[in-house]
Ligand binder design. Structure first.
Ligand code: 4AZ
Length: 263
C-alpha cells in the first residue's frame, strides 16, 4: 500500500488512539474549531440514505463503508477487503450510529475483489460482497459504463460515511455527508502525478480543501445525481488544499460490477 493513502486498519487504530488522547484532554482549547463531518459536512441518517452500509468486523466494529446495489450485493473498495474472509466481515444496514444495535446485520457468503487490485494508487479499487440474506433497504442505482460525462469537472458529488472528521482524528458516531465538486483529470494529475490513474480514478474536492472523505470513509459512496458513481479510495491526508479525495471511477468497472451483481 502506498504511503499516500491511509490503510483502513491502521487508521482505525490511530483513531482509537486519538480518541483516547482526546478523552484525556478534558478541556479543549476554545479557539480550536470543532471538527466537521466526514471533513466539512453535516449529519444524516440511513433513513435518508438507506443504501449506505457499514462494513464491520465480526464484532460489528465499523472499518469501511459500502453501498447496497441489490438486495444481496454491496459495492465497496478492494482495499477494504484485503485480508478479509467471508467470516471476518459483516455488512450492517439501517444503522445511523456506530454505537447503535439496530438495523440489519448481514453475513457475507462471497467476496469478489477486482483481480487486478494491487494497491490504491494502482487502480482497480473495487470489490463486491454477496450477502447470505437480503437487506430490507432500497438499493442505489449505479452508473453504466457509458455514463462517463457524469464526472465533468465541477459537477456536484455527494460523499457519505462514518470516517474521521479530521486527518488522524476520531470517527463520527453518526453518519455524515457533504458535497464536493468533481475535479478535472488534468487537475487531479497535477496533484498526484502518476499515482492518479485516469482510467480508474476520479477526484473530487474544493480547491481550497476543507471538505473531504477521510479515514474510515473508504469503500463508501460518491453519488452524482443520486446515483453511485464512485467509491471512496484514497488521498493525501484529508481536506487539504490542492489534494482532492480520490474515488474509484465506477463507469470503468460498471460492467464488471454488473457481472458480479448477477452472479
Ligand atoms: C481512508 O483511509 C481514506 N481524503 C479515505 C479517503 C481519503 C483518505 C484516506 C481522502 O479511508
Amino acid at each position: 500500500m502506498s504511503g499516500l493513502d491511509r490503510a483502513k486498519k491502521a487508521a482505525a487504530v490511530a483513531a482509537a488512539t486519538a480518541a483516547a488522547a482526546a478523552t484525556a484532554l478534558l478541556t479543549a482549547p476554545a479557539a480550536v474549531a470543532a471538527p466537521q463531518p466526514i471533513v466539512g459536512g453535516t449529519t444524516t441518517t440511513t433513513t435518508a440514505y438507506p443504501f449506505v452500509m457499514q462494513i464491520t468486523d465480526a464484532s460489528q466494529k465499523q472499518f469501511c463503508g459500502g453501498t447496497l446495489v441489490s438486495p444481496t450485493k454491496v459495492v465497496t473498495a478492494a482495499h477494504c477487503m484485503v485480508g478479509e474472509t467471508t467470516g471476518s466481515v459483516r455488512v450492517v444496514g439501517g444503522r445511523t450510529y456506530l454505537n447503535g444495535t439496530n438495523g440489519t446485520v448481514g453475513r457475507v457468503s462471497r467476496i469478489w475483489i477486482h483481480p487486478g487490485y494491487t494497491g490504491t494508487t494502482k487502480g482497480d479499487d473495487v470489490a463486491v460482497l454477496t450477502l447470505s440474506t437480503s437487506m430490507p433497504y432500497t438499493p442505489a442505482k449505479y452508473v453504466s459504463s457509458s455514463q462517463t460525462s457524469v464526472y465533468a469537472a465541477g459537477t456536484t458529488a455527494r460523499i457519505l460515511g462514518w470516517g474521521t472528521t479530521s486527518s488522524g482524528g476520531s470517527s463520527s458516531n453518526q453518519l455524515r455527508t457533504a458535497t464536493v465538486p468533481t475535479v478535472s483529470d488534468a487537475g487531479c494529475a497535477s496533484s498526484y502525478g502518476s499515482d492518479f490513474v485516469q482510467s480508474d480514478m476520479v477526484c473530487a474536492g474544493k480547491t481550497s480543501g476543507g471538505v473531504d472523505t477521510c479515514q474510515g470513509d473508504s469503500g463508501g459512496p460518491l453519488l452524482i445525481g443520486g446515483v453511485l458513481a464512485g467509491i471512496t479510495s484514497w488521498g493525501e491526508g484529508c481536506a487539504q488544499a490542492g489534494y482532492p479525495g480520490v474515488y474509484t471511477r465506477l463507469t470503468t468497472f460498471s460492467d464488471l460490477v454488473t457481472t458480479q451483481v448477477n452472479s
